[in-house]
Ligand binder design. Sequence first.
Ligand code: NAP
Length: 333
Amino acid sequence: MVLNRAAAALDWVMDKSLVLGYTRVGPALRRAWWPHDPAPGALVGRHVLVTGASGGLGLATARGLARLGATVHLTGRDASRLDTARSALLEEQPLAEVVTHAADVSDLAGTAEFARAFAVEVPRLHAVVHNAGVMPPQRTTTPEGHELALATHVLGPHVLTYGLRGPLAGGRVVLVTSGGAYGQRLDADDPEYTEAGRGAYSAVTAYARTKRMQLVLAELWARDLDADGIRVHSMHPGWADTPGVTDSLPRFAALAGPLLRDADSGADTAVWLAATSDAIGTGGLWHDRRRRSRHYLPVGVGTAEDVEAFWRFVRDETGVPASGAGRDDGPGA
Ligand SMILES: NC(=O)c1ccc[n+]([C@@H]2O[C@H](COP(=O)([O-])OP(=O)(O)OC[C@H]3O[C@@H](n4cnc5c(N)ncnc54)[C@H](OP(=O)(O)O)[C@@H]3O)[C@@H](O)[C@H]2O)c1
């Protein structure tokens, strides 16, 4: 959709001001010009997997997808939280098809096994929404030895995407990243954020670094999976009122308070990307149904060598060698 100049300018100012664009003001105004909703029933007969769907934005994404008729598959680490989420969805939409899977995406071996079993259960998957997210207060490593935010946001999603490559043929991948990525450049030298490499650990920095990696990863996947007809996009939700924000960033949540958008508004673009019939290509970063720049300031600009090193790292650490496209002239960081 082509915006008129005034709407495009206002949209841009809102985006750069952060407060106007990321809060509930963003969707309240942009709704006037953003692309139309997917058709009712657009996802009837289709399966969509949403990671981290026991609460927050993941649950809101599942709700939006179910409203469009999808069979939604929810993952999370805690089976009882998933049951509660499923009950909440069914209470609102009694006819919805909701399946839960206890699965920890930061466990790479477990995720590979989960993908194998899931592919048997669901041989045709319309989309996966990589939403699971964490902000570990202290540097934490998984039993496999990876820094937890890296494993949850980057390595696990890579294993899951490529494990589901067959069922996803012709489908879509959506990676839920964060505006926090704008503050970090790609760090290919020390992706595990070791103290020796980068000084004292900061939870916000650890989180934002891996969100920057997700932006790069989405572009690499888009190129690599294009041959399978799989379209890949990343999106960021703005600032939404979720347990993740109130628990991990209590001061920010108190300050932003009533300005935070609700979870449904935060999840809107993920649902739209999974369901729209608009020709939106592949490899974009989206927010409020509009493509956005990957860089706020030049801080995010990395080199082709950084991207290549990062791509090699992801493939080596996961043991999941992508097909090869995207290695030579990968996207800018
Ligand atoms: N809310 C915002 O304003 C905001 C802004 C920017 C980006 N985001 C992104 O949006 C996504 C969702 O955030 P949120 O605010 O909704 O967070 P949230 O309220 O903390 O929810 C996170 C979800 O992820 C699940 N999860 C965490 N680790 C997991 C793992 N290893 N495997 C599987 N599931 C896991 C959690 O369930 P269990 O703990 O039961 O596993 C929960 O369902 C994240 O990727 C976050 O970075 C959010």
